[in-house]
Design a protein around this ligand. Sequence first.
Ligand code: AKB
Length: 364
Amino acid sequence: MDLAKFKFPLIKNRLETGEFYYFCASEPKYKTKTLIATRAFLKHHPMDKILVIGAAGQLGSELTRALADQFGGDQVIATDLRATASSLFPYCRFEVLDVMDKEALWTMVKKERVTQIYHLAAVLSATGEKNPHFAWSLNMDSLLHVLELAKEVGLDKIYWPSSIAVFGPSTPNVNTPQFCEKNPNTVYGISKLAGEGWCNYYFEKFGVDVRSLRYPGLIGYKSLPGGGTTDYAVDIYHKAIANQPFTCFLSENTYLPMMYMPDAIKATLDLMNAPKESVKIRSSYNLAGMSFSPKEIFASIKKEVPGFEINYQVDFRQSIADSWPDSIDDSRARADWGWKPSYDLDSMSRDILKHLPTFFPPQF
Ligand code: AKB
């Protein structure tokens, strides 16, 4: 097909990538019609350009890859505070970006014609308690920068993660419902709850298509623990492959909602790809994968690593964990956009123990 005669660069780009092969018609008689369809379609669907903020974190390092697989590496810009993180992103562009620098963020979004932002930068629960004011301003101001930008520039979609940390001691802790009392007792949880309110506000008042999930503890093998209370369940696998005993900072029967990273990535993409009208909750969706205690994850690992040992030295993180639910009711996510997890504790343990040594060779 002679592309030169089509003066519309987006069409050229689409045709070259083959993405719109259906429209470009191997059938000559449909040629005119299909090109008109393509022009009309593109008028309303400009190419997606994805900006990931906090891309080098636990979630970001895996989600960015999945986004590059979906949209193409050229369409994704991974950003993080640390320049050294660039080595994590050979498959897409990397830029240093401090999300607190509103000017730099706005300039990048406009210059790069960004259409979607995944804003993943945050200070997590345990780290946040060590410097509450910093955690509040980073978690809150950065979200407001992004929401305001989305409103002013007219971005297509925003993704912002919330957390089970929005719940607190007065929340029903088994099968915690989507809508219930919330009295978070960490600055991280307070900022996530306030952030949910802001997301809902920008959607209701300004039509910003912002979507969010209340993640349980996320467990993956491609990055190191990031200062969360649930991160004991990441750390434990590193000790298991190094044949070292694990010292757990939570007591053995502390149940928490957890999720294996591939499920979390799938949930995020499913939510973001869902039609707008299916996304009925604009604060944040409850999301569940599995629920277990330190004793149970230890038993699961021990099936694969028989000599593994655990001991307990409970610290300040116990009271954070005690204020969070044991398990979550995610029926709204299932009903609205078809959420269903794939992994349970044992299948996750087997998968992590198989792959972790390649990513992080054991430190003996
Ligand atoms: C944390 O433990 O702080 C996080 C979370 C549950 O949001 N993993």
